[in-house]
Design a protein around this ligand. Sequence first.
Ligand code: SF4
Length: 153
Amino acid sequence: MEVLDKKFVSLNNLMTKLRKKKCPPEGLLLIFPHCTQNSKCKQNIKHDLNECKRCGKCKVKDLLEVSEEYGISIAVASGGRIALKRVMAEEVQGVVAIACEKELRVGLMAAMPKAIVAVPNLRPHGYCVDTDVYLDDVLKAVKWFTRGYTKDS
Ligand code: SF4
């Protein structure tokens, strides 16, 4: 199944690229799973992302910095239904979604036809704990969506 999930994610990203979707920074949402947070961190980022003290022990700090640098919205996916509601909000024109391939496939299917670039996470400690992500992949997706609107494009 994992192979199929990976294929689905790749196909989705290809389709999104073919649609040549662009969006202004304020219309772009970066969403990431709660397991990105260091499991020893006591900050309640699910309640409020500003709780992150930006210690650098996990990528939450970096993702917050990306959102600030590009002026895009950011959210932590604390549950499938809440995440979907956020993604489907009318003001959201494009989404950069980080998660494992299975969660991405389920979310992509539910959110169709919303324009989403899916970024599979890294799982050096297994699923759902202390996950990581290549920041370059996130930046590439953010720059692609906001091309023509930002200084990088
Ligand atoms: S960067 Fe530090 S404070 Fe922020 S969520 Fe990660 S471990 Fe917690």
